[in-house]
Design a protein around this ligand. Structure first.
Ligand code: HPA
Ligand code: ZN
Length: 340
């Protein structure tokens, strides 16, 4: 095997952009549908996989919201999250910051607490039994209105000691960050970290807005920031991390070909980029698959692999001391690779 793929497999990594509902594999979707008596428009696991052909973000989102309908009980959310953590163990992902979409559940009558406690209890077990540290970021759905986001923030109040931050996801075009300026201001007052999807399909102006109107600590995706030199200069000067998702970008036609993926360019410009899976069950793979795809298509060299992984811990919402522990383990694995 390419020694770079061995390196990727052996390095401890952090994943910072992964929607837990997007880790719902067809097999689990099917078995939860049966367990809960939910009707799916698919007759088999194969048919579900066949439906995963997308021309754009909205194509995917339609299938993604449909898929979540099988998630009904706290145990379902636990099983979903635990299955993801098992992939983390396989991939040597030692820290995760996962997104969840409360409105995707509350809007179909599932209480906030049901989804939250299922996810949180699996993450707690993952920390205790697998040594995987974690944070939860709740996202507002940008196709809904700001009042609905405020209502979600109110529902989250009893759980805020276990929520690290808020994000913004779903259909980007036509739903600029400024639409949510007030609710993000309230989230900042509550001491929450701030992220937002921006510049995936939307224009560079949405990335500016995420920075200026929302006060983001990281940008999710951010690909289209590269179209604006002044914006790149700002992102580099402030070292705003970008959580980049290569296989997602390919499957949602954000890039035409993996060989066109801008991640090496981002690094060359001085951008703190990281590699993430976004919705691994829908886009063809988990974190290591994403790194391996970059090795295959872009000949991603060893030093850039290490930089991307280092960035993943540096960009994490962890106390400095915990971050340093993760980074020390990373440097030890790098050292070990060099001497073998
Ligand atoms: N973009 C926007 N919303 C999402 C995504 C994404 O890639 N994945 C899940 N919700
Ligand atoms: Zn995403």
């Amino acid at each position: 095997m390419d020694s770079r793929k061995t390196l990727i497999a052996n390095l401890p990594k952090a994943e910072l952009h992964m929607h837990i509902e997007g880790s719902l594999e067809p097999e689990l979707m099917f078995s939860l549908a049966q367990r809960n008596g939910v009707e799916l428009p698919y007759a088999s696991v194969e048919e579900i996989r066949q439906a995963y052909r997308f021309d754009c973000l909205q194509d995917f989102l339609d299938v993604y919201y449909q898929g979540m309908s099988v998630l009904q009980t706290e145990r379902d959310f636990f099983d979903l999250t635990w299955a993801y953590l098992e992939h983390c163990r396989t991939d040597n992902v030692t820290h995760v910051e996962i997104f969840f979409d409360p409105q995707g559940h509350t809007d179909r009558g599932i209480p906030f607490a049901t989804a939250f406690e299922g996810i949180a209890s699996a993450l707690e077990k993952g920390e205790a039994e697998l040594g995987i540290s974690s944070r939860i970021i709740m996202c507002f759905l940008r196709h809904l209105d700001e009042e609905s986001a405020f209502e979600t923030l109110r529902q989250a109040e009893p759980f805020l000691d276990r929520i690290a931050g808020v994000g913004l996801d779903s259909s980007e075009k036509g739903h600029p960050p400024t639409k949510f300026q007030r609710v993000f201001e309230r989230a900042r007052e509550l001491g929450l970290k701030i992220v937002a999807h921006a510049g995936e399909e939307g224009p560079p102006g949405y990335v500016w807005e995420a920075l200026d109107a929302l006060g983001v600590h990281r940008i999710d995706h951010g690909n289209r920031a590269l179209e604006d030199e002044a914006l790149v200069a700002r992102i580099v000067a402030e070292q705003i991390p970008l959580t980049v998702c290569p296989q997602s970008n390919l499957r949602l036609a954000v890039v035409k070909d993996m060989a066109d993926h801008p991640i090496r360019k981002m690094l060359a410009l001085g951008i703190k980029a990281t590699v993430n899976s976004d919705d691994p069950a829908y886009f063809g793979g988990y974190v290591n698959d994403n790194f391996n795809a970059l090795v295959d298509a872009l000949d991603l060299p060893e030093d850039e692999i290490i930089t991307l992984v280092r960035n993943s811990f540096e960009a994490a919402f962890l106390p400095e001391e915990v971050k340093q522990q993760h980074l020390a383990r990373l440097e030890a694995a790098v050292e070990q690779h060099a001497t073998h």
